[in-house]
Write a protein that binds this ligand. Structure first.
Ligand code: HEM
Length: 127
C-alpha cells in the first residue's frame, strides 16, 4: 500500500537534521538544560538525529550503530526533573514549528514528545 510514514511526510532526512539543529541551538542557550548535557554535544546530537529518523519510519541506522534504544536507561545518568522535562519539551515543540513541520505530523510529534519526555523524568523534587 502507499501510506506515507511521518519520516516521508515531513520531508525525510534534511527535516530531521534541521529539527535536531534547532533543538540543540536552544538547549545550548538554556540555563536549566545546558548543565545537564555533556560539554561536547555532537555525539548526543548525532544519536538523537538517528533515533528520531528511525522512530518515525526512516532509516534504521540507529539500531545498526547503537542497538536497542533503551531510552530510560540511557537517560539514567542525567538527573531529569519536571522542570528539565518542561524546558526540553518547550524547545522540541518550538523546533518543530521553526522547521515548519505541518499537520498531521506536527500533532503526532508533539504528542509523542510530550508523553515521551514525561517518561524520562527520573528525579522528583520534594515540596
Ligand atoms: C540523550 C531521545 C527526553 C536529556 C538522548 C538520546 C536520544 C534521546 C535518542 C541519545 C541516546 C543514545 O545515546 O543513543 C529522547 C527522547 C525524549 C527525550 C525521544 C522524549 C520523548 C529527554 C528529556 C531530557 C533529555 C526530557 C531532559 C533534560 C538527554 C540528555 C542526553 C539525552 C542529557 C545525553 C546527551 C549526550 O550524551 O550528549 N535522548 N530524549 N532527554 N537526552 Fe533525551
Amino acid at each position: 500500500h502507499t501510506e506515507l510514514s511521518v519520516f516521508e511526510l515531513v520531508g525525510g532526512e534534511p527535516t530531521f537534521r534541521a529539527l535536531v539543529d534547532h533543538f540543540y541551538a536552544r538547549v545550548e542557550q538554556d540555563d536549566v538544560l545546558r548543565p545537564l548535557f555533556p560539554e561536547d554535544l555532537e555525539l548526543g546530537k548525532y544519536w538523537q538525529y538517528l533515533f528520531l529518523m528511525q522512530y518515525w519510519g526512516g532509516p534504521t541506522q540507529y539500531a545498526a550503530e547503537r542497538g536497542h534504544p533503551r531510552l530510560r536507561m540511557r537517560h539514567a545518568p542525567f538527573q531529569i526533573d519536571a522542570e528539565a522535562r518542561n524546558h526540553w519539551v518547550e524547545h522540541m515543540l518550538a523546533a518543530i514549528d521553526e522547521v515548519g513541520i505541518q499537520e498531521p505530523a506536527r500533532s503526532m510529534m508533539r504528542d509523542y514528545f510530550e508523553r515521551g519526555a514525561s517518561f524520562m523524568i527520573n528525579h522528583i523534587v520534594p515540596d
